[in-house]
Design a protein. Structure first.
Length: 256
């Protein structure tokens, strides 16, 4: 489904983008540089497929990390079908872990953002709700698991953005608040889980940027710089946040 859609869109837009390349704006040029960087990373994963046999030779954590990194590199290099297949493996190998469902949803949100379409809203909503459901269920038996709180917080954040794009502002705001509280819990439990600072930084920056008229209130204030610092921390020290964090900073600096 994804590969056929991307092929059709690519054919229609190829000539358009070639004609605009020489007049590319600085923001678009920066995004292109990030994309080329992602393509280079993806080459390292194209030659070797992660299989169930290779997973047996690794620890649970290392195997999952390898699959997540592989899927992200495929996604950032525009190889969406390969990313889908990788996330399917995560779900098959680890059905009680929210990671596979979360990254599946994030993939569809990325495609919708990049191509400005709504075609993938149903699968996005399906997988983001599954990520939340699986994380909440797992937390019943692991109340102090920081990684589960991180996935729950990030999933709530993605769902909040989606609802805001649907003009459901109240529910989007509520999802954002829930997501932020889960990420704060993550950082409280594991301050060195640096990927959590990406979502926290996004929340702190944009909450402040969109509420300038309320900065005089003590419980709101201006936390834009705090958000930027948190995103930089996730880029520098996180395991999976480097490229997405750079995209986020491009949007933030453009907004500034």
């Amino acid at each position: 489904m994804v590969s056929r859609f991307i092929l059709q869109r690519t054919r229609l837009r190829f000539t358009h983008y070639v004609s605009r390349f020489t007049n590319m704006k600085p923001l678009h040029f920066i995004l292109l540089i990030f994309q080329i960087f992602a393509w280079q990373i993806a080459k390292e994963f194209n030659e070797a497929e992660v299989t169930s046999e290779s997973l047996k030779e690794q620890s649970y954590s290392n195997a999952l990390e390898a699959l997540i990194n592989c899927g992200l590199c495929f996604a950032y290099s525009g190889q969406y079908k390969e990313a889908e297949e990788t996330y399917k493996k995560i779900i098959n190998f680890y059905p009680q872990n929210p990671a596979g469902y979360y990254y599946f949803a994030a993939l569809y949100q990325t495609i919708m953002r990049n191509y400005r379409v709504r075609k993938f809203e149903p699968p996005f909503e399906k997988f983001i709700d599954l990520a939340i459901e699986v994380a909440e269920e797992a937390l019943k038996n692991a109340r102090n698991n920081a990684i589960l709180y991180m996935y729950l917080g990030n999933a709530r954040g993605h769902k909040g953005v989606h609802r805001i794009n649907q003009q459901k502002f109240f529910w989007g705001f509520m999802d954002g608040l829930k997501g932020a509280s889960y990420l704060e819990k993550t950082i409280e439990l594991a301050p060195t889980l640096y990927d959590a600072y990406y979502g926290a930084g996004i929340y702190h920056y944009w909450r402040s940027a969109k509420s300038k008229c309320f900065w005089f209130l003590p419980f709101i204030g201006d936390n834009r710089q705090k958000g930027i610092d948190e995103i930089w921390l996730s880029i520098q020290k996180g395991r999976h946040s480097e490229i997405e964090g750079k995209y986020a900073l491009v949007s933030i600096y453009y907004n500034e």
